[in-house]
Write a protein that binds this ligand. Structure first.
Ligand SMILES: Cc1cc2nc3c(=O)[nH]c(=O)nc-3n(C[C@H](O)[C@H](O)[C@H](O)COP(=O)(O)OP(=O)(O)OC[C@H]3O[C@@H](n4cnc5c(N)ncnc54)[C@H](O)[C@@H]3O)c2cc1C
Length: 393
């Protein structure tokens, strides 16, 4: 009879395994992919934004985001730094608080974790998908009995990396309630043909999410027009709240010139029109050409026009600063970095990550109904919840 089976050799599973093995537990990891940590390798465009120095429960969403408080208190940024430096991974802290491996390569993170796991005699069984676990006195995983079980199977975001929803089915088989999942940190599909004609254009904008015409969220940063709608960091940042608003009338409002007061912008354009230049060429002094062309087309304004009537000027300024697009859906799990929803945190102890329903059963990482903002928060939660579970099992 072995001490612990971990299903899922990702961020949470690996840290939990190392932490438990250091305490003397005999640990087996079951991983469905042919290697562990595929998402770690893909994260942060191969650089792995591992954590953030500015962590708080406000950076997380879920039905009960305060659930993360205990984990952040016990394993915040400094504890994470100590953990990784102890296993030989130095960190690079950026000015905005984001944390990357000093080597600037995601594989340095995975190497440190997998080699430490090996040195602690943790057995990793790869290419082994677990779809069923029997429970009598013990947990029977792949016909092996274990005293304890950790489910750290992540989410179905990015199925091209081998992710699927099989972990949720396991949780459900133990009587755990699931909060419906949805893609997050993902592009948004819009009910408009205009984005297609601006595809590839990137610009800085203030993005507002309107739900039933009321402001629900606002963020600033790069936006990228695509064939299906919008992507870019600002869109990913607002995507979690957008995804949760799709049962209502959800719209994006784009302010393409957020540094201008509306009256100052009107005045400026009015003045520039006196230069006897056409409106399209004037707009290209403010926004990318492709966007200027489509903006004028959407307003039925001739791009060669050199004089504008007051209504046209008002329309242009309004559209530059509040161009609205109805959101139809997210761009789906295939393109999402994470998933919202998951195992209801109300039936999990936030101090131990043990199930309230089944003793000796634990959960860690993205399978739980917790999703973080972009910026290292999701990996941090996976590592910290894995650490706590590994310490308390
Ligand atoms: C493209 C991309 C970029 C990202 N960039 C960042 C970033 O820079 N910073 C950040 O904080 N977060 C980032 N994330 C999110 C982050 O990678 C995840 O939140 C994190 O990996 C979750 O850790 P986890 O251990 O819960 O799940 P995972 O790391 O996904 O690990 C779960 C493991 O369980 C295995 N598994 C699942 N079901 C079974 C089963 N039934 N049997 C056996 N094995 C199973 C899976 O194959 C997987 O290896 C990114 C995600 C993606 C997709």
């Amino acid at each position: 009879l072995k001490d612990l089976a971990i299903i899922g050799g990702g961020a949470a599973g690996l840290v939990a395994a190392i932490t438990a093995a250091r305490r003397g537990l005999e640990v087996d990891i079951y991983e469905q992919n042919n290697t562990t940590g595929k998402k770690i390798l893909a994260s942060g465009n191969g650089r792995c934004n591992i954590s953030n120095t500015t962590l708080s429960s406000n950076d997380y969403f879920g039905n009960h985001p305060a659930f993360v408080k205990a984990a952040l208190n016990a394993f915040g940024f400094h504890e994470l730094q100590r953990f990784f430096e102890e296993i030989g991974l130095m960190l690079d802290i950026k000015e905005d608080g984001r944390v990357y491996p000093l080597a600037n390569e995601a594989k340095s993170v995975l190497n440190a974790l997998t080699q430490t796991a090996q040195s602690l005699n943790i057995t990793t069984i790869t290419s082994k998908k677990i779809t069923q676990v029997k429970k009598n006195d013990h947990f029977l995983v792949d016909n092996q009995p274990y005293k304890k079980l950790l489910i750290a199977t992540g989410s179905e975001a990015a199925p091209q990396l081998g992710a699927d929803d099989s972990g949720y089915a396991l949780a459900k088989s133990f009587g755990h309630r699931l909060i419906p999942t949805y893609p997050a940190l993902v592009g948004l599909e819009l009910a408009s043909t205009y984005p297609k004609f601006m595809s590839g254009s990137k610009t800085a904008a203030r993005v507002t999410l309107y739900v039933n015409r009321k402001i629900k969220a606002q963020t600033s940063g790069d936006i990228l027009f695509t064939k299906y709608g919008l992507s870019g960091f600002a869109i990913l940042d607002i995507s979690q709240q957008a995804a949760q608003s799709l049962d209502n009338e959800a719209m994006l409002g784009l302010d393409l010139l957020p540094t201008y007061e509306r009256s100052a912008l009107t005045h400026k354009l009015q003045k520039l029109l006196q230069l006897d230049r056409d409106i399209l060429s004037l707009l290209t002094g403010f926004i990318p050409t492709k966007i200027a062309v489509v903006l004028l087309k959407s307003l039925n304004i001739d791009p060669d026009q050199k004089a504008l009537n007051p209504k046209q000027l008002r329309l242009i300024v309004n559209t530059l600063q509040d161009w609205r697009f109805p959101i139809t859906s997210t761009h789906g799990f295939k393109h999402a970095e994470v998933s919202g929803g998951g195992v209801d945190t109300q039936s999990v102890n936030p101090k131990t990550y043990e199930s309230h329903i089944v003793p000796n059963l634990y959960f860690a990482g993205e399978i739980l109904d917790i999703v973080g903002k972009r910026g290292g928060y999701n990996l941090h939660f996976a590592f910290s919840s894995g650490y706590i579970a590994g310490n308390r099992m």
